[in-house]
Write a protein that binds this ligand. Structure first.
Ligand SMILES: Cc1cc2nc3c(=O)[nH]c(=O)nc-3n(C[C@H](O)[C@H](O)[C@H](O)COP(=O)(O)OP(=O)(O)OC[C@H]3O[C@@H](n4cnc5c(N)ncnc54)[C@H](O)[C@@H]3O)c2cc1C
Length: 355
């Protein structure tokens, strides 16, 4: 019951820490495999190590929404980041959607682009969404506001674990290695010295694609781990939800698979104090909220899966992409504030370009 609804990527990549690597990527989620993709395109030799299996972190535990922007609506994002920065973020995430899907063209990743709905939970959210619709239209983004629902027609959804698996399948032979847990990263006479159990690797450069888990390796990195929970039901015959739906200021979300299963997630705002840290076990309190919403949507089948995952939050609300302070040749691509499927591919592209 505590395993995610999504299938584990089918291939296995057992391996060990290499003795040497031009670039060592740590973490086998959407960020790690996106980095491998962009590094490969530049002809750079890279090895990715993952302590469990690919997509065992948040990338195999999320809702699979590919949304434009950050968790806040456009009007809020404009207040926080300023108009032109908010516009750039929306453009970047829309490019992320298109380029990420294009990069694995021909592989089965459960991609659908039917748009998304942001549903106003009350008067306050309705006012913000109405303002967002106005600003989005002025800035050239397609959207529709009907007084309760903001529709973003270019959003979509994927099967997140299959997306990660698709990138790994395209990577150079031997470049993905599962079951390797990095325990230390140290300077090593011009190189970076990386340790895993009793093995050692001299890497020209190391990129941490460890999102929420980054402070477990480098406690100085300001990323906060926060738990998010989901459940999935048996297939329902009726259509209960046509598009990925987001509500309550991004705290609640649900979707229905083409095969009928209904997935509900979120409700972290119902218990902020418990939904922190690295414990990936679902709790009865949040699951009760998710199940109540499942019934509210009209689903009456059994709950087949309940699970949780860990998201990485940053102070600015935007990812940390670049060098790690005080550590030569060590870089970070992490901290997506619950929106990594919409950010990671382009963040990885930016980092590789900067390298
Ligand atoms: C319930 C839930 C719902 C979400 N819904 C959405 C959504 O609908 N849309 C969206 O855009 N985002 C969503 N997110 C957020 C999204 O899942 C993440 O932002 C994204 O998956 C981050 O990807 P990543 O590759 O950076 O990190 P992860 O997928 O967490 O991967 C990091 C990997 O690093 C590995 N690792 C860590 N430490 C080490 C080490 N020392 N040695 C080796 N390997 C190590 C871990 O095992 C892990 O596999 C959701 C998250 C959750 C939990």
């Amino acid at each position: 019951m505590t395993t995610p609804f999504w299938p584990r990527p089918p291939e296995r990549y057992p391996g060990r820490l290499p003795d040497r690597a031009d670039v060592l990527v740590i973490g086998g989620g959407i960020t790690g495999v996106s980095l491998l993709h962009h590094l490969g395109k530049q002809g750079i030799d890279a090895v990715l190590v993952e302590r469990n299996h690919l997509a065992s972190g948040a990338s195999g535990r999320n809702a699979g929404f590919l949304l434009a922007g950050v968790a806040d609506c456009y009007a809020e994002a404009v207040r926080i980041f300023g108009r032109s920065r908010a516009r750039d973020i929306w453009h970047m995430t829309m490019e992320n959607h298109v380029e990420e899907i294009e990069a694995v063209k021909g592989q089965e990743i459960g991609h659908r682009r039917l748009g998304s709905i942001t549903l106003a939970s009350g008067e306050k959210e309705a006012l913000q969404l109405a303002e967002s619709a106005q600003l989005l239209s002025e800035d050239g983004f397609d959207c529709d506001w009907d007084g309760r629902r903001l529709t973003n027609p270019s959003d979509g959804e994927v099967t997140p674990s299959l997306l990660v698996g698709a990138f790994a399948r395209q990577a150079a032979r031997g470049s993905v290695r599962e079951g390797v847990e990095v325990t230390a990263i140290e300077p090593g006479g011009g190189d970076v010295l990386v340790r895993a159990d009793d093995a050692e690797c001299r890497a020209g450069c190391v990129i941490l694609a460890t999102n929420a888990y980054t402070p477990q390796l480098l406690p100085q990195v300001p990323i906060t781990p926060r738990r998010a929970q989901m459940l999935a039901s048996e297939p329902e015959r009726a259509t209960l939800c046509e598009q990925p739906t987001y509500s309550n200021f991004g705290y609640r979300y649900w979707r229905q698979m083409p095969t009928g299963e209904v997935l509900v997630g979120g409700w972290r705002d119902a218990a902020y104090e418990t939904e922190v840290g690295y414990d990936e076990r679902p709790t009865a309190a949040i699951q009760a909220h998710l199940e109540a919403h499942l019934r509210h949507l009209g689903a009456d089948g059994e709950v087949t899966h309940r699970w949780a995952g860990t998201m990485g939050f940053t102070e600015s609300g935007l990812p940390l992409v670049g060098p790690v302070d005080g550590m030569a040749n060590v870089y970070l691509c992490a901290g997506y504030n619950g929106h990594g499927m919409g950010f990671a591919f382009m963040s990885a592209k930016q980092l590789v370009a900067a390298l």
